[in-house]
Design a protein around this ligand. Structure first.
Ligand SMILES: Nc1ncnc2c1ncn2[C@@H]1O[C@H](COP(=O)(O)OP(=O)(O)OP(=O)(O)O)[C@@H](O)[C@H]1O
Ligand SMILES: [Mg+2]
Length: 380
């Protein structure tokens, strides 16, 4: 453990070690950003050969409930962060007395539970759509009576890529959805007839300084993020509002690190907050190639206590996820393109629905604003 020599400006010196809980691609890209700043990344995950482990300077392969392994990890690193929001909160509770954890356990806990999240959004002054907690079958009927149909029934925890959700369009949909999703805790949300989906990402330091990236438009295929357009082709005041919402949320959470906020844009220009992730986010992968300082670089800077400069976007960008077996067909052609940055995550098994990598096409500044159909403009 390097520690901070007294008298030096705040911030971990080169050679310090950043502990990362979780071994997926977000940890991989964070570890690479840490290395670029002279840090060592120590990855802690239960799987021995995940994308993050492959590029780590040090590794712990252990369960998130292994107290001895966690204590040894805490002793070996200068600060801990996480790349996977389903790390048990108890893991951070174990680590927090031993080593700084950034973001802290509170942001993790809120992000893990849609009900806490919605309440926190409301308390922070973020606009949200109508929702109700659902604890039993009569409660579902009462929630439908209050909210109406269509609606979306979701598990409050452990959902991703649209798993643990059911869209309810008619009363006949209720029983099958209930049978599939209960007895897990559930939330009913009004179905939002959004025009677009938008996300915004902030990086916030321990001193409260906060920078935001350009808002991004996100398009999904089979409930998985397919395409991100940056900057989102939306009016400037809407983009500014999205950025203000994520900065406000980061402030309310007193978060140190990167925070992503997913929003729905309504046809009348209003934004509604959907969910947050207190970590780098798939919709920010374009920042690796289109910004001087990526979301991963700013996350590492924030947790290490370094200054947070403006990200300085120097291109417009279209990012496409490479998902499942189709990604194998696509990558050689993408590797041959001069206008595309290809990122592969080192996963061997291209199962359906699995994120294998992503590709970002760079465009001149302003190209997305003036494109009538940005999607068509950039076949990737
Ligand atoms: N209330 C809603 N109204 C309309 N569409 C919704 C609603 N909630 C979710 N969706 C759609 O389903 C997608 C996934 O939902 P959500 O982001 O809440 O869950 P998730 O499974 O955690 O997704 P991920 O982790 O991939 O972001 C959204 O991006 C949106 O397209
Ligand atoms: Mg989502």
């Amino acid at each position: 453990m390097t520690g901070l020599p007294p008298g030096l400006p705040p911030g971990l010196p080169p050679g310090a070690t950043i502990g990362i809980l979780g071994g997926g691609q977000l940890g991989r890209m964070s570890a690479l950003a840490a290395a670029a700043l002279g840090y060592r990344a120590h990855v802690y995950a239960p799987e021995p050969d995940g994308p993050g482990m492959q590029v780590a300077a040090a590794r712990t392969v252990a369960g998130y409930d292994d107290a001895a392994a966690l204590a040894a990890f805490a002793a070996a690193v200068d600060v801990v962060t996480f790349e996977f929001e389903n790390v048990p909160a108890a893991t951070l509770d174990t680590l927090a007395p031993l080593v700084p954890c950034r973001p802290g356990v509170e942001a993790l806990r809120i992000g893990q539970d849609r009900i806490r999240e919605k309440r926190f959004f409301e308390a922070a002054g973020l606009p949200v759509g109508p929702w109700r907690e659902v604890t039993d079958r009569p409660g579902l009927d009462a929630a439908i009576a209050a909210i109406g149909l269509p609606a979306v029934l979701k598990t409050t925890r452990l959902g991703y890529d649209g798993r643990g959700q059911a869209v309810l369009r008619s009363p006949a949909d209720l029983d099958p959805a209930w049978d599939r999703l209960h007895p897990r805790p559930l939330i009913l949300e009004a179905f939002i007839p959004f025009e677009r989906e938008v996300s915004a990402i902030a990086a916030r330091g321990a001193d409260g300084a906060c920078v935001t990236f350009d808002a991004t438009e996100n398009r999904h295929r089979d409930h998985i993020l397919d395409l991100s357009l940056a900057p989102a082709p939306i009016p400037d005041p809407v983009a500014a509002a999205a950025r203000a919402h994520v900065a406000r949320l980061a402030q309310a959470l007193d978060l140190v690190g990167v925070l992503a906020l997913e929003l729905f844009l309504l046809p009348d220009g209003r934004l509604l907050a959907n969910e947050m992730a207190p970590r780098p986010h798939n919709s920010g992968h374009w920042t690796l190639d289109a910004c001087l300082h990526s979301q991963f670089a700013l996350h590492v800077r924030a947790v290490a206590g370094l200054p947070l400069p403006d990200p300085h976007r120097h291109h417009d960008a279209v990012m496409r996820n490479l998902v499942g077996p189709e990604s194998h067909a696509a990558w050689p052609a993408l590797a041959a393109r001069g206008d595309v940055a290809l990122h592969l995550y080192g996963k061997s098994d291209a199962r359906p629905g699995r994120k294998m990598g992503h590709a970002t096409r760079l465009l001149p500044l302003g190209a997305l604003d003036s494109a009538p159909d940005p999607h068509g403009l950039s076949p990737l």
